[in-house]
Write a protein that binds this ligand. Sequence first.
Ligand SMILES: C[S@@+](CC[C@H](N)C(=O)[O-])C[C@H]1O[C@@H](n2cnc3c(N)ncnc32)[C@H](O)[C@@H]1O
Length: 210
Amino acid sequence: MGGITAEPVEDYLYSLLPPRDEVLAEMEAQAARHDIPIVGPVVARILYELAIMSGAKTVFEMGSAIGYSTIWWARAVGKGGRIFYTDGDSNNADQARKYFERAGVADRITVAVGDALELLSEQKQEFDIIFNDVDKEDYPRVFRIALARLRKGGLFVTDNVLWSGRVAHQNPADNSTKAILEFNRLLYGSPDLFTTILPVRDGVAVAIKK
Ligand SMILES: C[S@@+](CC[C@H](N)C(=O)[O-])C[C@H]1O[C@@H](n2cnc3c(N)ncnc32)[C@H](O)[C@@H]1O
């Protein structure tokens, strides 16, 4: 996934990164081997910084796969923070639990298997950050649910909002691109949000709730 940055520039960005620890490095290798679409270390560092800069303590993650981005959030919020991992695939959750133990962050992560949109709707609390990385066709529905569960001043962060550049095609026919286009319009059109898309990797939208 990706392809919106010229390849030599992309390679340069990755060449700057310090090595990750054993657990994250193993997860990156597993993701590459099995085509698991994780955010990867360049975007993960943005997530980590956003949590630290905003002083976030609670993060609800929608679409967590093997838990790579989850570990970055968990490390950023520190002890006393709480991350909600969600994924529809119980096999992903089983793998993620093992990685969380090894990464030393299992005690600050709640693992839930099911539809992330339903799981978020059921929450009574408001979150400091909601991270959206589910199936793209659901993005417009996520927008409506997430806004209600985000605290004032909280961040709504979404991956893949440039969808390998397909958002810029004339009259895209596929449903994922159409849904992302609608989602991005909703983000920028909302009087309740202030949004910027960072054109890094596949595009990361960062919206703050006013
Ligand atoms: C792009 S991957 C997540 C990668 C992860 N955020 C990371 O960067 O490490 C998307 C994941 O979301 C899950 N998923 C997609 N739609 C979902 C939904 N509505 N509810 C729960 N999980 C969903 C898929 O099973 C898949 O594992």
